[in-house]
Design a protein around this ligand. Structure first.
Ligand code: HEC
Length: 229
């Protein structure tokens, strides 16, 4: 004797129940992609591509310098984690990874649009304007990514091959690490330079090539005493 009410037993035959379950599974796997549930957070390859890992305690840094270092690492790591979603093979089902990529792009889940905005708003607010951290490029799409003179000097230093760059100007401490272009960035930022970005036609492609140092994540921290007085 089953506990099912008579009406239910009559209406749903075992065959149609199986059909319904299979249909639901198919829809779920197409929309959300089963690979997302079962894949680990990141593959070893993606981890290896993250220049800033493993994050170590910066030798000889304390206070404001340590804050600048931490802000840069946090923004870089957030960028990298988000960018890996654009490249990660999402599914064995043909076309699903493309669909997923479109979904990310159409909803503007881009490292620059999300990580950039969060950090550029939260950090100055949470430090009463004492600190900022942002992506600095020479000719930014978004004016808020324009660096000050010191930031552009640091970017130039990184382009010459330094792994990190820092400067104490007396007024503030700056810390910078490079942003390197990867194959995944090219669809929107690659060649031909000047052509319109296929997803964001209001912008033009920069002509970046994989491996180029295209910008830097830079933090600027004003010492507490100076900010207070
Ligand atoms: C789907 C398109 C797309 C992809 C892929 C993409 N970007 Fe962007 N990127 C944009 C858009 C759009 C902006 C401007 C966002 C805004 O309005 O703030 C931007 C802005 C940036 C900026 C900020 C500087 C500026 O011009 O304002 C940097 C740095 C950047 N992208 C680096 C990268 C890197 C590195 C990758 C690859 C890991 C990448 N992007 C992948 C579309 C893309």
């Amino acid at each position: 004797m089953t506990a099912l009410p008579d009406a239910t037993r009559k209406r749903i035959s075992p065959r149609s129940a199986v059909t319904i379950v299979v249909a639901i599974l198919l829809i779920v796997s197409m929309t959300f992609n089963l690979g997302l549930f079962f894949a680990g957070p990141s593959t070893g390859l993606e981890r290896a591509a993250t220049a800033s890992l493993p994050v170590k305690e910066p030798a000889g840094k304390a206070g404001d310098e340590q804050l600048a270092y931490l802000l840069v690492k946090l923004q870089l790591q957030t960028r990298s984690e988000m960018a890996s979603h654009f490249t990660r093979k999402q599914s064995a089902i043909p076309g699903v990874d493309k669909l997923y990529q479109r979904l990310l792009v159409k909803n503007l889940i881009l490292p620059a649009a999300v990580a950039g905005n969060i950090f550029s708003e939260v950090v100055p607010q949470a430090t009463s304007g004492r600190a900022w951290v942002k992506m600095v490029v020479d000719q930014p799409r978004n004016p808020k990514n324009r660096g000050d003179e010191e930031a552009l000097n640091l970017l130039a230093e990184l382009r010459k091959g330094a792994a990190t760059a820092e400067r104490n100007t007396g007024d503030a401490f700056y810390y910078a690490e490079p942003i390197k272009a990867k194959a995944a960035c090219m669809y929107c930022h690659g060649e031909p330079k000047g052509a319109s970005d296929p997803y964001f036609p209001q912008y033009t492609k920069e002509g970046w090539r994989a491996g180029d140092i295209v910008g830097a994540v830079i933090a600027r921290v004003v010492p507490e005493e100076a900010a207070g007085g």
